[in-house]
Write a new protein. Structure first.
Length: 119
């Protein structure tokens, strides 16, 4: 199983980034996918999630209206479009896949990608 994130970078406040996460080793289309982030000295927090069944999304209040999560089951990819970035969005962003394989609940994590918002 692998989740490989990409797209993190240094960006100025007000800028945009698009993160991608490519999954392999499990049935991507049947897993709920999420993006989490962890800033220095803080706990990991949920940023956005998208269901497997109908693509329903939900977002942390802090990113609503600025971030958009999407998935492409044909490419085993989940993306996070981040607009109007703020310094407080600076964190390591992690991709997570959660679902059932062989009758057991599984949760898989990527290695993270750094997003830094600074002038």
């Amino acid at each position: 199983v692998q989740l490989v994130e990409s797209g993190g970078a240094l960006v100025q406040p007000g800028g945009s980034l698009r993160l991608s996460c490519v999954a392999s080793g499990f049935t991507f289309s049947s897993y709920a996918m999420s993006w989490y982030r962890q800033a220095p000295g803080k706990e990991r927090e949920l940023v956005a999630a998208i269901t497997s069944a109908d693509g329903t999304t939900n977002y942390a209040d802090s990113v609503k209206g600025r971030f958009t999560i999407s998935r492409d089951n044909a490419k085993n990819t989940v993306r996070l479009q981040m607009n109007s970035l703020k310094p407080e969005d600076t964190a390591v962003y992690y991709c997570n896949g959660r679902g059932i394989t062989a009758g057991m609940l599984r949760s898989y994590w990527g290695q993270g990608t750094q997003v830094t918002v600074s002038s």
